[in-house]
Design a protein around this ligand. Structure first.
Ligand SMILES: *Cc1c(COP(=O)(O)O)cnc(C)c1O
Length: 368
């Protein structure tokens, strides 16, 4: 039967987000036993042992609701970040916080500025709130903060700055960010999405928390446990901002958005500095390996500050992605990011990276 129940009109322009294919789906569809996924920027290492132990201990208490205010976790994060607990909010992934921010701040006719070829979740929730999404062009595969500032209009309410940017892996610098923040009016909220913060090793990277410290009530910083902490499956992200910025989010958020296992895992993962260092070091080594091998294959790529690399291979990119998939290697084609000539490839463990390179060689040689 055809449904006559009309969805709200904000959804008209939204297509359903297609995440990286799960390994099991590819195994089933292609009948392949050995499939690797380098498509969702997950950590190839198992989660931090301390987090796993905390989760195991908390399982026995799942008959109780979680602490709706996530007190322990927010206290731990505040101590870790050098801010006050009331300057920290946690969510069902950074995605959950993006959704809450859009719900809390946007209404019909508001404008949201994002960059083209950036994280697609911003558009989804902004559109769902019937806001108009204004997209500025990339400059050299990076966000153009000057263009983003120039796009501010009286109806602009929110600006999402993905730094480093997914899917390009590039940074905007502290100097660029400083000029940008100065140019943004006080009634426009800037969200710095720093999902890859811990991977960045550059003196040019802005310490955006400083703006919250300095009392700017129109800056929010977003981070996540999904990437460097290896906890994508637990769904936990956090935000740092002035408590007044969070007040409207608290009104609309799910009462128990962050589950009990995520709360204890989040506290424990912060204590596992050894795991964090290991993740960062393994990623840096894997990224260097990929650069070297991509170079040998004569492929151009964008140097990355994250755990993925954007590879630019021209008009055959989608075909190459399909051939890689047939060989059991899942990567992310970037047509949906308006970069049809590119593939985004997550840095895997050494065996996965070697397998990717072998499959890539074969895929590039295959006749069209
Ligand atoms: C992965 C990612 C997120 C999502 O993080 P979750 O905490 O898993 O929801 C947010 N922003 C960017 C840029 C990402 O790449």
């Amino acid at each position: 039967m055809t449904s006559l129940v009309k969805p709200q009109s904000g959804l008209d322009d939204i297509s359903t987000y297609v995440p990286g294919k799960p390994v099991e789906e590819v195994q089933r569809e292609l009948g392949l036993a050995d499939v690797i996924k380098l498509a969702s920027n997950e950590n190839p290492q198992a989660p931090a042992p301390k987090a796993v132990a905390a989760i195991q201990a908390a399982v026995a208490k799942l008959n109780f609701y979680p602490d709706g205010a996530s007190h322990e976790l927010r206290r731990a994060l505040a101590a870790h970040l050098g801010v006050r607990p009331d300057q920290v909010a946690v969510g069902n992934g950074a995605d959950g916080l993006i959704m809450e921010t859009c719900m809390a701040y946007l209404e019909d006719g508001d404008e949201v500025i994002v960059s083209r070829s950036s994280f697609p979740v911003y558009d989804v929730y902004a559109s769902a709130m019937r806001a108009r999404v204004v997209k500025t062009p990339l400059r050299d595969y990076g966000l153009d903060l000057q263009a983003m500032a120039a796009a501010i209009k009286p109806r602009t309410k929110l600006i999402f700055v993905c730094n480093p940017n997914n899917p390009t892996g590039t940074l905007v610098t502290a100097t660029e960010v400083e000029a940008f923040v100065q140019a943004v009016p006080d009634d426009v909220l800037v969200v710095f999405d720093e999902a890859y913060y811990e991977f960045v090793d550059s003196p040019d990277y802005p310490q955006s928390l400083r703006y919250v410290h300095d009392g700017r009530a129109n800056v929010m910083v977003l981070r996540t446990y999904s990437k460097v902490y290896g906890l994508a499956g637990i769904r936990l992200g956090y935000a740092i901002a002035d408590p007044e910025v969070f007040a409207p989010l608290h009104k609309i958020r799910e009462p128990f958005a962050v589950n009990s296992l995520a709360q204890v895992a989040g506290v424990a993962a912060l204590q596992d500095t050894e795991y964090l260092q290991r993740s960062v070091a393994a990623n840096a080594a894997g990224r260097e390996y990929l650069y070297r091998e991509f170079g040998r294959l004569g492929l151009s790529f964008v140097r990355s500050h994250t755990n993925f690399v954007l590879l630019s291979i021209g008009s055959q990119a989608a075909d190459v992605a399909r051939r890689l998939l047939a060989a059991g290697v899942i990567v992310r084609p970037c047509g949906g990011y308006e970069l049809p000539e590119c593939l985004r490839i997550t840095v895997g463990d050494p065996a996965q990276n070697a397998r990717l390179i072998e499959a890539l060689k074969a895929a590039l040689q295959a006749k069209r």
